[in-house]
Structure formats: C-alpha cells, structure tokens
Design a protein around this ligand. Structure first.
Ligand code: FES
Ligand SMILES: [Fe+2]
Length: 356
C-alpha cells in the first residue's frame, strides 16, 4: 500500500481514535442476565446494556437525564429501565416514559441517547457511531461460528495499550523471537500482501529452524513444517478488515483453515490507552469425535502462554509511548507501514472522537 510520507510527518498513530461508525462488541451475552443491566464503556463513553424480562437487549447512554448518575445502577422493570435514584423510567429507545412524581401540567423530558444493538456469536454488539449508519454498515459475518467442525474458545481480556499496538503485534510475524520459549525457532516468510480501501492482509508461511514444537501447538495447528519455506505451503493470513482483525491458518494440503481467529480491540477510555479485546478462536476439531476435548487443555495452555507474552510486550510499548510522549518507532517492515496507513486513514484524531 503506498504510504508516501515518512512516519515522522504523519499524525501519531497512537493518538488516532478508533472510528465509532462500526458494530463493536461491548460485552458477552452471558454477562447480561434477564432483568439485569450492565455498565460498559466505549472510548470513554459510558453505555448501559439492559436485558428485559422478555430477553431483549437494548443499549442507552449510561447517564440518567435527571442527575446524570449511571443508569446501570438502576432496575430493569419489564421492558424498561428505572433509574435507582428518583425512579425515572426509560424505554429501549431511551425515551423517558415515567416520572413517579411528575406534577400536573408538566411534560416528560426527552430522555437519553440510545444505541442500536444486536446479539450474535455470544456477544452483544453496539453501533457506537451515528445511529442512521447502523443500517448500512455491515455487521461482522463469521461463517466459522456456524460451522460445527469448529470448537470456539472465547477470549476476553483488558489490555493497557492503544488498539493499534495489537493490530501490529498480530500482523508482524517477525516477532516470533518473543515466543521462542514456547515455540522454538520459527522462521516466517512473507509471501504476499493484499489490500483494499478498508483492509490490509499479510500472507505468510513458516518453517521450523530450531527447537521442538509444543503439544499445544501441534494439536492446534498440526506438525510444523521443517522444509525450507519455498516448499512448505502452510499458510497464515492475518487481515485487518477495519476495525476487526482475523488470523487464519491452513495446512499445505487443505483449503479449510485449522484455526480461524476473529478479534476486536475495543477502546474503553477516552484516551484509548486501554482496550477490551474480544476474540473468538475457532479451532477445527480432529476427525475422531471427542478428541478435541483431550487436546483442549494443551491448546489453552499454549495459547494462554503466547497471549501473556504478547500482552506483556504491547503494554511495554504503550508505557514507552507514554514516557516519551510521542511515537519514536523506527519501523522498517513494509507490512506494518501498510497496516499503519490503513489504521491512520480509517480512524479519527482523538479530539474528534471525544467531541462525538
Ligand atoms: S438521577 Fe435518575 S431519576 Fe434522578
Ligand atoms: Fe505474538
């Protein structure tokens, strides 16, 4: 992807806010029981999710229009949400529908902002931008979630860094050295990059140059290739399709991936230095029924180890940025430069996000 300007002339990527005009997962469905509410945040904006007695989910600004206290402290009554303080009630559209002590001749105030919401894949998604756009912005489609050949592991963690560090971490396969204690020596080879207006993809293959493969990795991805990269064709595709990221791994002899990972890094605070990473890790089950359950603890152990190393390093990157007050990165890898271009052009300067 062409990026004609040197990094130094560009806006600091770590001060680019994620674009709100998308469907973002803000909670897991199982976290929100019938008749309950849950307070979450998106880029510093408090949002309350409520599940009515009928099981329907709705999302409102988490501030009562009376005294701005969190509505998430309130009570779900039937299909409405009642503030815990003076019992003003709101319906799913955010309209204030009842004030118990409204005086004669007074009319009800307008209420609070509502956000379009949808549930899918065990997640509650909220459209955080202009509501009208929710009708045209595509909802994430995850075919692996409908495929019984996959078993899904849900990933949920709060990570203290700007979302861009995570996009870069996953797409930059040159950081295998960080994982040497868990993966041994793996040599990535970049085969190609592909891109469009809203996405950027890197395709790699790998071969083992030293060390041994762990059981968890072997059970998840199969035996790693030791042949030179040009004869091995296990393929790893890492794609940022803004604002989501996916990683698929397919064996040389099969088109179908053995691993299909979907991720979304949702900024929680106004400065976007903390994110909640939601992930669905779909792993193809071995052909022998039930074998996946035997393999599962090894797969979990392996992936947790890798994620812990990644989390440690991206949080260090954020800490360095905080201390230095700017992005001092000296990036030479064309893939990361291409990815940064995408993230910069798709996002919004932070101050603009704050004004939304
Ligand atoms: S603050 Fe919510 S009803 Fe008064
Ligand atoms: Fe990593």
């Amino acid at each position: 992807m062409p990026d004609p300007n040197p990094e130094s002339e560009l806006m600091d990527l770590r001060r680019i806010g994620i674009h709100p005009d998308f469907w973002y997962p803000l909670a897991w469905s199982r976290e929100l029981k019938k008749g309950k509410s849950l307070g979450v945040t998106f880029a510093g904006n408090p949002i309350v999710l409520a599940r009515t007695q009928k099981g329907e989910v709705f999302a409102l600004a988490d501030r009562c229009s009376h005294r701005q206290v969190p509505l998430s402290l309130g009570v779900v009554c039937g299909e409405t949400l009642k503030c815990c303080y003076h019992a003003w009630s709101y319906d799913k559209s955010g309209k204030c529908i009842n004030i118990p002590y409204l005086e004669k001749g007074q009319s009800l105030p307008e209420g609070v902002r509502s956000y379009p919401s949808q549930e899918a894949y065990g997640l509650i998604f909220v459209f955080t931008g202009e509501p009208i756009k929710s009708e045209i912005v595509p909802f994430p489609d995850l075919p692996g979630q409908r495929d019984p050949e996959f078993k899904t592991r849900r990933l949920s963690r709060r990570i203290r860094c700007h979302y861009s560090f995570l996009h870069e971490n996953l797409m930059d396969m040159n950081h295998q050295y960080l994982h040497r204690s868990l993966m041994g020596g793996i040599k990535p080879t970049l085969l190609q990059t592909n891109f469009g207006e809203h996405w950027y993809e890197a395709v790699y293959t790998f071969n083992r140059v030293s060390g041994r493969q762990s059981l968890g990795e072997k059970f998840m991805l199969g035996q790693s290739a030791s042949a030179p990269a040009d004869s091995a064709h296990d393929l790893m595709r890492v794609c940022t399709r803004y604002p989501y990221q996916t990683l698929t791994f397919s064996r040389a002899n099969s088109e179908k991936p053995v691993l299909d990972l979907w991720l979304c890094y949702v900024p929680m605070d106004a400065e976007q230095k903390v994110n909640h990473s939601f992930g669905l890790m779909m792993i193809r089950k071995p052909s022998l029924p039930g074998l996946i359950h035997l393999f599962w603890p090894f797969i979990i152990g392996f992936t947790e180890g890798i994620f812990a190393q990644d989390r440690m390093i991206v949080e260090k990157e954020q800490a360095a940025h905080d201390q230095q007050g700017k992005d001092q990165n000296f990036e030479i890898f064309s893939v990361i430069r291409g990815l940064r271009h995408l993230l910069r052009t798709q996002g919004l300067p932070l101050k603009n996000v704050l004004e939304l």
